[in-house]
Design a protein around this ligand. Structure first.
Ligand SMILES: [Mn+2]
Length: 443
């Protein structure tokens, strides 16, 4: 039994690391490298990766591969979600297979071609999709723009951006959100004279296009009956759980935010940015990266932010408006929720909760709750923060946050939810104490 599981892990590791070497290598040093064998120790602590390299067996390539070990491990963590622990990767030359060079050469060639094809497809995919999105928006007369239920800064910023673009084109549009626009994000709409609605008072048939932004699954828009209009949906998102619903979809889980995708799409089509457009995307990126501090903050995220500031985005105004604008109620509720804190040291987990009754006693928006679970994660010895928000009897909205390798997207998926590697959520049904035991068991 154990033998076949290890076998499976070995062959998956071989595939994942091989692809990572081809896709990510900036120079050619990994490109002639072929993995001949992978063997992981029983306790999964070390994976020995045997490589061969045509016409060259200098130790330099081994050094470079081993130096890049943590990078490959990250990719392994992302692609092999069933692995609880990611083994250390130890690259070494395979001295036994030199004679099999010819066969491996052929395999290498095939695998290279396959990956080149894939890269081509991705690049072509982006150009095709961004053209299609432009054509659709330009050909539409009446557009519905929406994000996910309980929208956050990325959703608000992205909705604001698309609405501004449509407004400049002279199109009719409706910005929908299921929640009253919170004070801290109001500027994204009032500055440009847009009034988002919480009710769609017409038939969805009246829209020729529906733009869905930052939404992992179509049901998360909170709009009744939207599924039957999926054939006119433009779906732009960065949730790894997004299945690509819609007429046109562009999903890139490798970027920080939906805002970052919008920037790429619109800049690649030479749309000029003014201050309001720049503020909208800056807000989306800034909030989804936890003020440029999460793992999803890449050099291109920061380069885009720099471009946005050059185009008159106002970082200080955005920071103050979003993060230094709390109400007294929010801080009091915060204190009450934090007082429920429980720590599970052996699981490196922390848990807070709020009952429906207590939540309704305060006048707060859900964005605040996101801040609470992030705050709980900030405890040094905690790797997973869990927040139970009671919606109804035996029904909870549960938020998961992690740091490091714990994949809370996989955890949320068990309960029909989803999100990102380090931040996810799901709706759970049952008795809270039982659910907590069940969740801790998965860690
Ligand atoms: Mn987002």
């Amino acid at each position: 039994m154990g033998f076949s599981r290890l076998d499976r892990i070995n062959s998956q590791l071989k595939k994942v690391v091989s692809e990572a070497m081809f896709i990510t290598s900036e120079d050619d040093s990994f490109k002639n490298v072929t993995i001949s064998d992978v063997s992981v120790t029983k306790d999964l602590s070390i994976a020995r990766i045997k490589i061969i390299r045509e016409n060259n067996s200098s130790n330099e390539v081994i050094d470079r591969l081993n130096k890049a070990g943590s990078f490959f491990r990250k990719i392994v963590a992302k692609k092999m979600k069933s692995l609880k622990y990611i083994p250390s990767l130890l690259f070494e030359f395979d001295i036994n297979v030199k004679e099999a060079g010819r066969v491996l050469e052929i395999i290498e060639d095939l695998s290279k071609k396959r990956i080149e094809k894939k890269q081509e497809k991705i690049a072509r995919g982006f150009a095709d999709v961004s053209k299609k999105i432009f054509k659709l928006l330009n050909d539409s007369e009446n557009v519905l723009v929406c994000g996910h239920v309980n929208p956050d800064g990325d959703a608000f910023g992205s909705i604001s951006f698309i609405c501004q673009y449509l407004m400049d084109l002279g199109k009719r549009f409706t910005a929908y959100m299921n929640h009253e626009l919170p004070e801290e994000f109001r500027f994204l709409f009032t500055d440009i004279g847009i009034n988002p609605v919480m009710d769609i008072d017409c038939n969805l048939d009246e829209f020729d296009t529906i733009v869905i932004l930052d939404v992992g699954a179509i049901t998360r828009t909170g709009i009744d009956g939207i599924e039957s209009h999926v054939d006119k949906v433009i779906n732009i998102d960065h949730h790894i759980s997004n299945d690509g619903f819609g007429l046109v979809s562009y999903i890139n889980p490798d970027v920080s935010s939906t805002g970052e995708i919008l920037y790429d799409i619109f800049r690649s089509n030479d749309v000029p940015l003014n201050d309001n457009l720049s503020n909208a995307i800056y807000t989306a990126i800034y909030t989804d990266t936890g003020k440029f501090s999460y793992e999803n903050t890449s050099s291109s995220t920061l380069a885009i932010a720099s471009e946005l500031v050059k185009n008159n985005a106002d970082p200080y105004k955005i920071f103050r408006t979003i993060y230094e604008n709390r109400t007294v109620d929010e801080v009091r509720m915060f204190a009450e929720i934090i007082s429920t804190l429980k720590i599970y040291p052996d699981k490196k987990a922390a848990l807070v909760s709020v009952s429906k009754e207590i939540f309704e006693g305060y006048n707060v928006n859900p964005f605040t709750l996101k801040e609470i679970v992030n705050f709980v994660r900030s405890i040094g010895q905690v790797e997973v923060a869990i927040f139970f928000h009671e919606l109804a009897e035996n029904t909870y909205k549960v938020s998961f946050r992690s740091k490091g390798t714990v994949d809370v997207n996989a955890l949320a998926k068990i309960y029909g939810g989803g999100g990102h590697h380090n931040a996810s959520g799901a709706k759970l049904h049952g008795n809270m104490s039982d659910l907590i035991i069940e969740i801790l068991d998965q860690l």
